[in-house]
Design a protein around this ligand. Sequence first.
Ligand SMILES: [Zn+2]
Length: 409
Amino acid sequence: MNIAALPETIEFHMESWLENAGIIGLTRILNNEDYAIKNDKLLIKTSSLKTIDNNFFNFFINVYGRYTRYQQIINWLPKIEATLDVGLKNYNYKDYEVYVKWFNNNVKYFVKSGSYKRMRALAHPEVPIEDYLDNTMNLFKKLSKKKRWKNDEDNLEKELKMLFEELKKVVQYFANDTCKHYFLAKNLVYHYVNKGWDGISFLNSQSKIVDLYQDYREYFVQPVIDFLLENHEKDKLSCTTCGRKMKSKEGSGYSFLNGMGYDYGKKNSNAYKFQSDQFLCPVCRLMYSAVPAGFAYNLAGNHGIFVNYTGQILNNLRDANNGILYNLTEAFKVTGNVSPWRAFYDTFSQEINKSSQYTLANSQVVNRKDKHYYFSLIPEIAANVLKKAEEIKINGERKVTLLSASIKP
Ligand SMILES: [Zn+2]
């Protein structure tokens, strides 16, 4: 990678909601020291291209990975170790059943998934995890005969110890950093990344590259480096998004962006971009790859929200959307079923408390739901009603407002 010959930074300008979601996605993916915000512009250091593939997947792992079944496998390591430490002499059937359920719902479920099968060759293939799993399942089978637990003659302690030792090996395997790096990333791209774009790079089911990090690098990152190293002065074409001059071979269309084929009618000002004869430069393609990171998604990944402030100040746009993402993921800890609308309300409520000047008037709210984008604009009159509803306390002590009471969790 000839990074030294590249310009120091790349600029991205705020545009319509789609570019803005990509730009917010980039700020979330990159390390803080790798970008700067100037009014309506994002400047990213080209040196960050060396690590952006890792950063891309790490964002989804860090934000959403905690709430997956995969994490539920890893979370149980301390419990398994504690059980082995205490000993299994007086272990009872009720506690045992909890492990059966956990194993079936999480470990067994995950090892049947396509993510596991496809990534297994990269995730410590020398570790005989299949053997550990076979041993575990055989022991579960033997121990699940309930009448054995009632028979005092039958000493289960030895078998239980073997079971927990095998379980420990299974969980330690999944807790390993390399395993998390591949398994979790692969798992999460099918819940979140494919809501923004699909069909290309590691989301192309025909892709020959098994390592999704490498696929992202080759498809999105390396073309940016090549593009920036070339001279474009005499090029005839220009990128429809940013206007950079380009050769046709460097371009690609917009069709990998979900919903853009037929949804653009709802956003007329943007429609001209999505004609089939339009070109997209590699720099903008990289930005659009970050669109799914710019939205805040619920746990199922089937409802995402992005608030597009009409004021062209990138810091405000970032703060508003990060507030929603924060509130949403914090709420996951309490309950698994949280609506992005709830997080939207929480952020609004916190901002109102900070400043009475805060308003949602003229904000564009983009919802990604059921494979479509839905747009709404909050008119000034509605924004004022919302604000009043938030100020009317219907229970002073518990801080319930008219608005909060009317929103389902
Ligand atoms: Zn461009």
